[in-house]
Design a binder for this molecule. Structure first.
Ligand SMILES: Nc1ncnc2c1ncn2[C@@H]1O[C@H](COP(=O)(O)OP(=O)(O)OP(=O)(O)O)[C@@H](O)[C@H]1O
Ligand SMILES: [Mg+2]
Length: 208
């Protein structure tokens, strides 16, 4: 993990401390507990380039995506986190509503960045942004050594936009998370992906 020297030494300390245990970062920085399916998704995104998670409604997919977006943003720099969903409403009021709530917790005092609606910007080279563009060209330009793409409700995202997102995966350390219910398994993008599927009976209460 690398953090620019001009940022607060506290962040550098976090990098060393959590390098081998990112979930500890989640527990200590966000005070969030992930249930087993969420933990699988969390671990998979950092271990694999492509993760596809499909499960029943209300199982916590979007929530863990928000946690992953913050963990990725604050454990590698420079980096770009790009999130999208079929509509602007879904980007702003669902995924980014959770990101903003988590970021505003006092435990994150001292972290760099300024949250604004669907943007959390540290500097030009280090940011997270939520987009729901009409045109795939609007995804262009978000290049970085470290890239995370999160696609919420992916079955509803237009094919043309998916092609635009694919081009962002050319970064050396690019990871993506596709979440939805259901996910169309035959889509060419899902080739080589790490799949996580959760049935209704496996929701919390069943597995913890
Ligand atoms: N680990 C958790 N800790 C606290 N709250 C959680 C956790 N996981 C999920 N939630 C809450 O549970 C609710 C449902 O989660 P979420 O919206 O992420 O589910 P989902 O699988 O994305 O649902 P859908 O299939 O409808 O999109 C939300 O209010 C979310 O904030
Ligand atoms: Mg959701």
């Amino acid at each position: 993990m690398q953090i620019p020297n001009n940022h607060n030494s506290q962040i550098g300390h976090y990098q060393t401390k959590y390098e081998t245990n990112l979930y500890l970062w989640v527990l200590e920085m966000l005070r969030v507990f992930l249930w087993s399916m969420q933990r699988q998704i969390f671990d998979s995104v950092f271990a694999h380039r492509k993760t596809v998670a499909r499960s029943c409604h209300g199982s916590g997919k979007t929530f863990v995506a928000a946690v992953i977006a913050l963990a990725f943003l604050f454990t590698r720099a420079p980096c770009k986190v790009i999130t999208t969903a079929p509509t602007w409403y879904q980007v702003k009021d669902i995924l980014w509503s959770i990101i903003n709530q988590l970021y505003k917790r006092r435990l994150m005092d001292g972290f760099p960045g300024k949250p604004q609606n669907t943007r959390l910007v540290v500097n030009n080279a280090w940011s997270a942004v939520g987009l729901s563009p009409k045109d795939s060209h609007n995804f262009q330009g978000y290049h970085s050594r470290n890239v995370l793409i999160v696609v919420d409700e992916c079955p509803g995202v237009r094919k043309e936009l998916i092609n635009g997102l694919k081009s962002l995966m050319s970064a050396g350390n690019a990871h993506c998370l596709w979440i939805g219910n259901p996910v169309v398994a035959g889509d060419v993008f899902y080739v080589d992906s790490h799949f996580i599927s959760v049935a209704d009976a496996q929701k919390p209460g069943g597995t913890g």
